[in-house]
Design a protein around this ligand. Structure first.
Ligand SMILES: Cc1cc2nc3c(=O)[nH]c(=O)nc-3n(C[C@H](O)[C@H](O)[C@H](O)COP(=O)(O)OP(=O)(O)OC[C@H]3O[C@@H](n4cnc5c(N)ncnc54)[C@H](O)[C@@H]3O)c2cc1C
Ligand SMILES: NC(=O)c1ccc[n+]([C@@H]2O[C@H](COP(=O)([O-])OP(=O)(O)OC[C@H]3O[C@@H](n4cnc5c(N)ncnc54)[C@H](O)[C@@H]3O)[C@@H](O)[C@H]2O)c1
Length: 449
């Protein structure tokens, strides 16, 4: 059995960044990836980048078929670039195959040509991501109409009627995208309200904009059964009472969350603990319950974002080569963005949360329609809301529902991290016309003072 200094299982965001870093520090690295189609990981191949490309193509009026073709060209280029980024390093070996543990520090890799290769790792980093959860609904798992997010982005033709189960990130982004391409979309969610974290004024505006784009919502539903009728999917559900409603669709997209990919790892052969959801248990340094074995990204549970996986890399880098200061628990200001039209970006507290915590706050709020750049972009939907601590003048939360929110939220994050008083954003000279210049006006007067 060959002993390797560093084994990374899965070619994910944090893992590939770590592989490059270790190699450039003269260390030997073996990266095991189960699919050639996944070099570079989930984000570039089947998630963030292809979905955002399709969302933008839909908004530009490109046909679905052309958009999918263009997306495939882009992901092929990214895959190749990612493979080269690692394979071109003398110290890195990229091995095609599925890795599973045979002991605490030993793995076997099943290669595509049927070989079983055994390795011992001085350090092992698990970066195997997550896979779609398919809920236990009668007839769903084996339905010929069922799609996951990857399938949905690779259809030959646009579904005319699309039912999406789940109104979270993927549900909302794909509903907006497919409706813009021309599908008739219905979202079913078992929660009574969509966007439960958001303030009512924001959630109501988002939902109204979706409805104006033709998307229908059925919330608080209990889906009873999926069957086939007249070459369509028949989806039967109840809404609170026992009265059954059946709707029909060409395709059903399950967007009901993603579970950590630990099933393939044979962790029962190790002392690596997983929680009830199958996520690898880690401490504040991302160490598993076995010394010198770490977990990175979606596989360890918690927030599932590419930038979290990247930040996991920073924590491990700091532990191995830095001053050992970074911790998961110091990751306090984490922005999010739902890529709908317009974009919905969020960081820190919402007004609802501030009230619940009994926090004093100044509320700065303005409609997107008051911003010249929104008029230039021909989309004046949305609003900006920022909460400020009246004692310190520091920003404690922001919800930006506006075109380009995914960009300007990062300015708010920087102000929060650098502990800049809100007046800095109010008095800054901005380029014009931009969405960010709205901060000049937004921060003039709080609306609750
Ligand atoms: C449709 C969609 C859109 C998304 N959009 C965004 C977005 O806009 N912004 C954002 O930040 N996040 C987004 N996400 C979430 C983001 O994609 C994930 O959080 C991120 O890619 C997780 O990266 P990771 O480092 O955990 O591992 P991954 O990138 O998931 O990599 C895991 C790799 O491990 C491989 N693997 C698994 N098991 C084995 C094994 N046993 N042996 C060998 N290899 C194995 C897999 O093939 C895969 O390549 C989106 C997700 C989806 C599904
Ligand atoms: N822009 C982004 O950053 C982005 C985009 C897409 C995905 N992601 C990541 O991918 C993860 C997975 O996305 P997702 O949308 O699948 O999960 P999610 O957790 O965001 O949403 C799942 C939704 O499905 C609903 N649901 C679950 N079971 C159901 C059932 N049986 N019947 C009806 N509704 C049901 C839930 O109420 C919830 O609203 C997200 O958590 C996010 O971290 C991020």
């Amino acid at each position: 059995m060959e002993t390797i200094k560093n084994i990374i299982i899965g070619f994910g965001k944090g893992g590939k960044t770590l592989a490059k870093f270790l190699a450039q520090h003269g260390e030997q690295v073996l990266v095991v990836e189960k699919s050639k189609q996944m070099y570079g990981g989930t984000c570039i191949n089947i998630a963030c980048l292809p979905s955002k490309r399709l969302i933008i193509e839909a908004a530009h009026g490109t046909s679905f078929e052309d958009a999918v073709d263009g997306k495939n060209v882009m992901t092929a280029q990214l895959r190749q670039k990612n493979y080269q980024m690692l394979a071109s390093e003398d110290n890195i070996t990229v091995l095609d195959g599925t890795a599973h543990f045979t002991g605490n520090h030993t793995i076997n890799v099943q290669t595509p040509d049927g070989k079983e290769l055994a390795y011992k790792g001085e350090r092992i980093f698990i970066n195997t991501g997550a896979t779609p959860t398919i809920p236990d609904i009668s007839g769903l798992k084996n339905s010929p109409f069922l799609l996951n997010s990857t399938d949905a982005m690779n259809q030959d033709k646009l579904p005319r009627e699309l039912v999406i189960i789940g109104g979270g990130y993927i549900g909302l982004e794909f509903a907006n995208m497919f409706a813009s391409f021309g599908s008739r979309v219905t979202i079913l969610d078992h929660h009574k309200s969509l966007l439960p974290r958001e303030d009512d004024d924001v959630a109501e505006m988002v939902i109204q904009n979706f409805k104006d784009n033709g998307v229908k919502f059925e919330v608080g539903v209990n889906i009873k059964d999926i069957s086939e009728q007249d070459e369509q999917a028949a989806i039967t559900f109840t809404r609170g009472d026992n009265h059954e409603i059946t709707i029909f669709a060409d395709k059903i997209l399950a967007a009901t969350g993603r579970q950590p990919e630990t099933a393939s790892l044979d962790l029962q052969n190790t002392d690596i603990k997983v929680d009830k959801k199958g996520a690898i248990v880690v401490n504040d340094l991302l160490q598993t319950t076995v010394p010198n074995v770490w977990a990175i990204g979606d596989v360890k549970g918690g927030p599932q974002f590419t930038y979290i996986s990247l930040d996991d890399f920073r924590i491990i880098k700091d532990e191995l080569f830095g001053n050992k200061e970074r911790r998961v628990s110091d990751r306090l200001i984490v922005p999010t963005n739902v890529f709908i039209e317009p974009s919905l970006a969020q960081v820190g507290l919402t007004e609802k949360e501030a009230k619940k915590q009994g926090k004093d706050y100044l509320l700065f709020k303005m409609p997107a329609a008051a911003i010249p750049k929104a008029k230039v972009l021909k989309d004046t939907r949305g609003l900006l809301k920022v909460l400020v601590d009246p004692q310190t003048n520091l920003i404690i939360g922001a919800t930006l529902y506006i075109q380009e929110a995914q960009e300007i939220i990062n300015m708010i994050v920087l102000a929060m991290r650098a502990k800049l008083p809100y007046q800095m954003l109010r008095d800054q000279i901005y380029t014009h016309p931009t969405i960010s210049e709205a901060f000049n006006d937004l921060f003039k007067n709080p609306v609750n003072n």
